[in-house]
Write a new protein. Structure first.
Length: 260
C-alpha cells in the first residue's frame, strides 16, 4: 500500500453529484473497507492467502478435516471479533440514515456494517457471527461456539443432534447467499458505490454489472485497479476511510445548501 496516495477531490465531487441525483443508490463492499479495522484482506499484498492455502477455506476441506478447519478458523475469529467499524463503515451507515444509500450488499463476513449502524445489509458470503449445524440446521450464536471450542470441543458439535457445526460463512465451493435479493436490488438501482473490492469474485461482482446494464452509474473506491474499472463512471483511487469521509462531507454540505 502506498501511503502517498491522495484522494482525487474531483472524483469525490463527481461521486457526490451522482449519489445526490440518484433515486435508488446502493453500496457494494469488499475486504478493502475493513482493512482499516485491522482485518487482513484475502487477496491483497498482505492477504490472508499469502499465509494460508486457500484450500483450507473450501467446503471439501471443511467436510474432510473439520478439526483442522476450526483450529485455523478460531485464530481468524480472534482478529475479527476484536475489530471495530472504521470511518468508512460509519460514513456509509450515515449515508443510509440520510436516505442517500438504500442498501449495502457486502462480500464481507465481519458484521462491521451492522456494528456501524447500517440496517439494510445483504451478506452474500454469510456471517462469522453465527454457526449452523450441518445435520439439523440449528443456528448458534458464535460466542456459544467459541466457548465450545475453547473448552476443547473441536470441531464444535450441535447440542440437539451431535452434528458438526459449520460457520455460517460461504466457503469456496458453496453457493452465495441471498443473491436473488441482491440482484433485484441492483436491477432497480440507478447508482452503485463500490468500496474496497477488487471485483474479481463472482457472482458477487455481477452486482455493479447489473447496475451498469440498467443504465445506472458505477463509482469505484479502491486503492488498486479493479477488474471492472472499465465500466466505472468515477474511479477514486484512495483508502476507503479517506474517500468516504470526504464523500460524506460533500454530500452533507450539499444537503445543507438544499434546505433554506
Ligand atoms: Zn444439529
Amino acid at each position: 500500500m502506498d501511503p502517498e496516495v491522495k484522494c482525487d477531490i474531483k472524483g469525490i465531487e463527481e461521486a457526490a453529484n451522482i449519489l445526490l441525483r440518484s433515486k435508488h443508490a446502493i453500496a457494494f463492499t469488499g475486504a478493502g473497507i475493513s482493512t482499516e479495522s485491522g482485518i487482513p484482506d484475502f487477496r491483497g499484498p498482505q492477504g490472508l492467502w499469502k499465509q494460508y492455502s486457500p484450500e483450507i477455506a473450501t467446503i471439501d476441506y471443511f467436510l474432510q478435516h473439520p478439526r483442522e478447519f476450526w483450529l485455523f478458523y478460531r485464530v481468524r475469529m480472534s482478529t475479527i471479533f476484536t475489530a471495530k467499524p472504521n470511518r468508512a463503515h460509519r460514513a456509509l451507515a450515515e449515508l443510509e440514515r440520510m436516505g442517500v444509500i438504500k442498501a449495502v450488499i457486502t462480500q464481507n463476513v465481519d458484521g462491521l456494517h451492522q456494528a456501524a449502524g447500517s440496517k439494510n445489509v445483504i451478506e452474500l458470503h454469510g456471517t462469522m457471527k453465527r454457526a449452523v449445524c450441518m445435520a439439523c440446521g440449528r443456528v448458534y450464536p458464535i460466542d456459544v461456539v467459541i466457548r465450545k471450542i475453547d473448552s476443547g470441543q473441536i470441531p464444535p458439535l450441535c447440542d440437539e443432534c451431535g452434528g458438526v457445526l459449520k460457520p455460517d460463512v460461504v466457503l469456496f465451493g458453496e453457493p452465495v447467499k441471498d443473491f436473488d435479493r441482491a440482484r433485484e436490488l441492483a436491477l432497480m438501482s440507478d447508482a452503485v458505490l463500490v468500496i474496497g473490492s477488487s471485483l474479481s469474485v463472482y457472482p458477487a461482482a455481477y452486482i455493479p454489472i447489473f447496475v451498469k446494464e440498467m443504465g445506472g452509474k458505477v463509482i469505484i473506491i479502491n486503492l488498486e485497479p479493479t477488474e471492472l474499472d472499465y465500466i466505472a463512471d468515477v474511479i477514486i483511487r484512495c483508502r476507503a476511510g479517506d474517500a468516504m469521509e470526504l464523500l460524506l462531507e460533500k454530500i452533507v454540505s450539499a444537503k445543507n445548501r438544499e434546505v433554506p
